[in-house]
Design a protein around this ligand. Structure first.
Ligand code: SF4
Ligand code: FES
Length: 378
């Protein structure tokens, strides 16, 4: 089928949604998606951030669609024409949806572990206002401990249902879900159960905000100070890809996550397996020696995580030595004329720090002596 999005025409398979077609084109044309997750059956249709304008329904019925549509839930028709970033209406609606999502969301990015890799933060940079019009008290919930692995911050949840689909589709038993309705709806286990299923850690990767974070990484580091590396191991747990991303600082592994693709979704392995990982890989393999390192992770240049990330770094050519004819460490060549050091010692050429045996005792200048006395008194 031929579909045109923002004046770019592509051929797609029947049954493709507008969002999937836009992802095939890539770049700015692709609408943001806070609830749709291509790896989770039934996801999408909850958040409305992916709204687009359909200016021509199809070749057979060219009338425009009367309302903006959720691109993650609308399949393309032959000859359909869609406006995404070229539609003022769609952009205005996305701004509105962003404002709604933030009505109850706390502005705690400075202390949130998701900061720097949060889809809502990125959405707000693209579509948010600089101020808030909210005058109401934000929702609060009673804190619920959901076990040793996952930290639940219900106030940050945007009700995307991704974690529920993940638990339903990956775990043997689903032990959490959404309770109550409307403004009172919340993620909960209801019975204060610990979520310990072998694949439950994947909810951390699918959560677009900081509502579900890794308890073993909590407050340990900011993601942009860590260096992500792709790694793998032969994991014996059935269904675990063993392909991960290690978030390192020095030799220390601070966090283990699944690998993500350009849409921030868990990436399939090169041999076509699903990229989900088990709790053992995620929470119990925190030594670099547990892993075979594949190389540095490719990070988008616009991501804050790419600061301090030295992939493909080209070192500038050192011009000092060719021009000056000597090493920069010999630049301060002042001691050859000094009376402080022994005459046969050139302090600037020492391959080590100077120490007391290099200096002439009793030949120290009176002013220098005085300064030393003052310094030691202070
Ligand atoms: S906890 Fe996260 S993944 Fe689950 S519904 Fe809320 S925002 Fe979505
Ligand atoms: S991504 Fe389409 S409605 Fe949420």
């Amino acid at each position: 089928m031929k579909v045109t999005i923002d004046n770019i025409t592509i051929d797609v398979e029947p049954g493709t949604t507008i969002l999937q077609a836009a992802r095939q084109i890539g770049g700015d044309v692709t609408p943001p998606a806070m609830c749709y997750y291509s790896k989770l059956e039934g996801s999408g249709g909850k958040c409305r951030t992916c709204l687009v304008e359909v200016s021509k329904g199809s070749e057979k019925d060219p009338r425009p669609m009367p309302k903006l549509v959720a691109s993650c839930r609308t399949t393309v028709m032959e000859g359909m024409e869609v406006k995404s970033v070229t539609s003022e209406k769609a952009l205005d609606a996305r701004d509105g949806v962003t404002e709604f999502l933030l009505i109850n969301h706390p502005l705690d990015c400075p202390v949130c572990d998701q900061a720097g890799e949060c889809d809502l933060q990125d959405l707000d940079y693209a579509h948010g206002n600089s101020g808030t019009r909210t005058e109401f008290v934000r929702r609060t919930f009673e804190k619920e401990d959901i076990g040793p692995y996952i930290q639940l911050h219900m106030t940050r949840c945007i009700m995307c249902y991704r974690c529920v689909f993940t638990a339903q589709q990956l775990c043997e038993v689903r032990e959490h879900g959404i309770l109550d309705r409307g403004e009172r709806s919340q993620i909960s286990t209801y019975l204060n159960k610990a979520l310990t299923n072998e694949f439950i850690g994947n909810v951390i990767d699918v959560c677009p905000v900081g509502a579900l974070t890794d308890k073993t990484f909590r407050f340990k580091n900011r993601v942009w100070f860590t260096k992500p590396l792709d790694a793998h191991r032969d994991c014996e747990v059935k269904g675990c890809s063993g392909h991960v991303r290690l978030w390192m600082r020095g030799d220390e592994v601070f966090r283990v996550t699944a690998r993500r693709d350009e849409w921030n979704e868990v990436r399939d392995t090169p041999d076509g397996r699903k990229g989900w990982i088990c709790n053992t890989c995620r929470f119990h393999k925190k030594k670099a020696s547990d892993w075979i390192i594949d190389g540095p992770t490719k990070i988008k240049r616009i991501s804050v995580i790419s600061q301090g990330h030295y992939l493909n770094l080209k070192k500038p050519t050192d011009t000092f030595v060719p021009i000056m004819g000597r090493d920069p460490k010999h630049l301060l060549d002042i001691h050859t004329v000094s009376e402080v050091n022994k005459t046969d010692i050139d302090l600037s050429l020492l391959p080590r720090p100077a120490h007391s045996t290099d200096f002439t005792t009793g030949n120290v200048l009176p002013e220098a002596k005085q300064i030393n006395i003052q310094e030691s008194n202070s």
